[in-house]
Design a protein around this ligand. Structure first.
Ligand code: ATP
Length: 413
């Protein structure tokens, strides 16, 4: 079963305001096993909203229209939906009395324009709004079970109405089904490479549905199976997962949705080992990520923020000769930073990061985006060179992620 959401409101066509209602509603729909096929934002224009509703009704079984139920001239949703469905609007005395009563309770007098909110589309069920004045409407459109919902725009009103009025109504008309989700996370490869690697497998299945989400070197793979029973859904997920897992190898770092920072802290704690950091280009981002995990104090001992050559020399013992021969952004400096930090904190591991985050700086050999990550362990130290593309914030967050991933891979060995 497919749904479409139409967010009505000209303010969401400006750079200042985002339609967040649809994100929340999408999660709710997915939890009920309903896929969102499309969504749109339409300004406060009766004809445009009406056309959008008509088109959505031609494609989806569930159409949710949010916003535009207020009392003013630019609140056009009721009229637009009535027009799209070819139904009349009728004035509902009871709703009007309810709005009047609400105003009285708040010590105010209802003004004439509020009566607009008492118009109901022919055949609609009224959905009471206990957080605001605009009631919602539920319209069973045809024998095939097509439904159109009108919900208020303010997120708190919409959520309350959905939870009290819409969720059970919708569930009652959906076939009995169970949804099971696998939430995997992958590090150390670009999204396009990952897709090329796994798409030959997942594109063969429409159930489970596979979604890939990427951010700062971190990729999430969601597999969502929808079946009549949990056993069937689990079996489908296993069938696909068993094919994907060997392709991903050690790049797959989480099978329960936990982040890389959490995964690294977990692994260290399980092994009873510790880490410290020496950061330059990332300015504390690696430490920030590690310490964002509850219970990190058992594994993370501290760090050095060594932004200048002098700080690298005095705090970490990087030799002046190495700094002047190779420059601060170099493999030997990353190496020496990691070893220096580990010795000083007495930890099992130390991560170091030095590089050019940009936008200025860089050399021909090591242009902006070049990052060296060092990892010192008890027996040896290694350095990896990365080249990230993008602005300063992107390079820094990719660098922090790469550092954490380097430690994770060492811990796997
Ligand atoms: P009201 O009775 O408050 O007028 P309404 O149904 O007419 O309700 P709108 O006037 O369209 O709702 O929107 C009221 C406020 O709700 C907007 O200013 C905005 O802050 C918020 N809002 C509306 N639509 C959305 C949306 N899709 N996502 C997030 N916020 C929204």
């Amino acid at each position: 079963m497919f749904a479409e959401i139409i967010a009505v409101g000209s303010e969401m066509l400006t750079p200042q305001k985002v339609d967040t209602n649809s994100l929340w509603l999408t999660q709710e729909l997915n939890d009920l096993g309903v896929e969102l096929a499309a969504k749109s934002v339409v300004g406060d224009d009766r004809t445009r909203v009406s056309e959008a509703v008509r088109a959505a009704c031609g494609r989806a079984e569930i159409v949710i229209v949010t916003g535009g139920l207020g009392p003013t001239e630019d609140d056009v949703t009721r009229e637009a939906v009535a027009l799209a469905l070819g139904r009349a609007l009728r004035f509902d005395e009871k709703i009007c009395a309810g709005i009047e009563e609400r105003f009285r309770r708040l010590g105010r007098t209802m003004v004439e324009i509020n009566k607009r909110q008492a118009f109901v589309i022919e055949g609609a069920e009224i959905l009471p709004n206990d957080r605001g004045t605009a009631p919602g409407q539920w319209i069973d459109v045809d024998e095939q079970g097509r439904v159109v919902m009108l919900l208020p725009g303010p997120p708190n009103e919409l959520k309350a109405m959905w939870e009290r009025e819409c969720r059970w109504r919708l569930r009652a008309r959906l076939p009995q089904q169970v949804i099971r989700i696998l939430h995997w996370r992958v590090a150390g490869m670009p999204e396009s490479d990952l897709d090329q690697l796994i798409s030959p497998v997942y594109t063969r299945y429409t159930n489970p549905v596979t979604t890939i989400l990427a951010a700062a070197g971190d990729i999430q793979i969601h597999l969502r199976a929808r079946c009549a029973t949990a056993d069937e859904a689990d079996a489908l997920l296993k069938e696909v997962a068993d094919q994907l897992e060997p392709l991903l190898g050690e790049r797959l770092y989480s099978k329960d949705g936990c982040g890389l920072d959490e995964c690294v802290i977990r692994m260290l704690r399980q092994r009873g080992e510790t880490v410290c950091v020496a950061e330059s280009a990332t300015g504390g981002l690696v430490a920030q990520r590690l310490t964002s995990v509850a219970g990190s104090s058992a594994a993370f001992m501290g760090g050095f923020l060594t932004y200048t050559d002098a700080a690298k020399a005095s705090l970490l013992g990087v030799s002046q000769a190495v700094l002047s021969n190779y420059g601060a952004v170099s493999e030997p400096v990353a190496h020496s930073m990691a070893i220096g930090a580990r010795e000083r904190f007495g930890t099992d591991y130390a991560l170091s990061v030095t590089g050019y985050a940009g936008p200025e700086g860089g050399t021909e050999e090591n242009p902006v985006g070049t990052i060296f990550v060092g990892l010192a362990g008890r027996e040896s130290a290694e350095v990896k060179r990365f080249r990230f593309i993008g602005d300063r914030a992107r390079v820094r967050s990719f660098a922090a992620h790469a550092a954490l991933d380097m430690l994770r891979r060492r811990l796997l060995r």
